[in-house]
Design a protein around this ligand. Structure first.
Ligand code: SAH
Length: 348
């Protein structure tokens, strides 16, 4: 038995053909799914025998909502989802004037080991399948009753460490018969898996690539991001230039500002010099403090100073608005506190 949500339209067409069904049935099935019908019996225009074949081969697996929180201002929703095997992940929906964004998790946990990140503390448990990532969007949409128009892969996990599933997920959400979310409304964020960035560039997609840079030189980056031991910033930026050349898309560099670590004036100058002339945008984020480490966020004045230097050097820069801080909306925090609470209960 397979989760039908893992299937692209093309794969389902292939399945129909192999099973003696007309390929147009796959489009009908897709139409029902994206109308929110997760039950073959209710797919009214399918013949009984087709329904039976589908039931014999597929199930619908949507994550269960374990916990749901809404920020006081009502702009941010946080979900803790549980999959069939008991694994817990989190997703966040953010309401903006230009539409609603969902931040999805792509793995249970993460093995990248970034020092500031809560998602990676327990290591990587497993990859999420395309249908499981899609499930985050379907259930979050159902629960918030909002149309979700943008997707950012900035939840737990490293999307380029789950590449094949992400490609399929992109195909499904992008499909006019699926969620029909345009590639330009999708952002993939990576800590910088260089060979996969090159592979992604060769796909010629129009998705936005966000790079978690967080440091202006290798020495400092190695201190906070183990991936820096594998690929230098020079190699990373070369891959980024290739991505821009192939896709003509502007790259976003994320830079979490940590007090006394990477937030000095000299770091802003160094960052400006390595990014100069690139089609890019820097997103400054005062680091989200987590209790498991001693990293503290830069003061608002230092953030402003840092930003001004970049701007003065001609680098497009924004300071990320912090949303949902009151509901632990950042990067694996909610899952962690949930798992900790559960362990506490077990210990008693
Ligand atoms: N693995 C991918 C995507 C998930 S993390 C990546 O590394 O990009 C999404 C973003 O949140 C990344 O930029 C990550 O560096 C950042 N992040 C993680 N923990 C953070 C924290 N405590 N404060 C601020 N940003 C954080």
């Amino acid at each position: 038995m397979k989760n039908i949500l893992d299937y692209t339209l093309e794969e389902l067409k292939f399945w129909m053909k192999e099973n003696g069904e007309s390929v147009f049935r796959s489009k009908q099935v897709f139409d029902w799914i994206y109308k929110g019908i997760y039950n073959f019996d209710d797919m009214k225009n399918l013949p009984l025998v087709t329904k039976q074949k589908l039931k014999d081969n597929f199930y619908f697996s949507l994550p269960e909502v374990v916990k749901q929180c809404k920020s006081k201002d009502g702009d941010t929703f946080k979900f803790l989802f549980k999959y069939k095997d008991g694994n817990i992940i989190e997703s966040v929906v953010m309401k903006y004037k230009h539409g609603n964004s969902i931040c999805v998790s792509t793995q249970v946990g993460c093995r990248m080991g970034c020092k500031f990140c809560a998602s990676t503390l327990g290591g990587m448990v497993r990859n999420l399948t395309p249908g499981e990532i899609l499930g985050e969007i379907l259930v979050a949409g159902r629960e918030t009753k909002e149309r979700i128009s943008n997707i950012v892969m900035m939840g737990s996990g490293e999307p380029l460490d789950n590449f094949e599933n992400i490609l399929k997920f992109l195909e499904i959400v992008n499909s006019p018969n699926g969620l029909n979310i345009g590639q330009r409304h999708i952002t993939l964020s990576t800590c910088g898996v260089v060979p996969k960035i090159i592979e992604l560039a060769d796909k010629n997609f129009q998705i936005t690539l966000a790079i978690s840079l967080h440091a202006p030189n290798d020495e400092m980056r190695k201190n906070i991001m183990p991936i820096a031991y594998k690929y230098t910033i020079e190699e990373l930026l070369k891959a980024c230039r290739y991505y821009i050349e192939k896709t003509n898309r502007r790259i976003t560099f994320e830079y979490a500002l940590v007090k006394g670590v990477n937030d000095g004036i000299e770091h802003a100058e160094e960052l400006s010099s390595i990014l100069k002339g690139m089609l890019c945008h820097v997103n400054l984020i005062p680091v989200n403090e987590i209790k498991e480490n001693a990293l503290r966020k830069s003061s608002p004045e230092d953030v402003k100073k840092f930003s001004n230097i970049l701007l003065r050097n001609g680098i497009e820069t924004t300071i990320r608005r912090e949303m949902g801080a009151d509901i632990e909306a950042a990067c694996g925090q909610l899952r962690r506190s949930y798992l900790e609470d559960k362990n506490k209960i077990k210990e008693v």
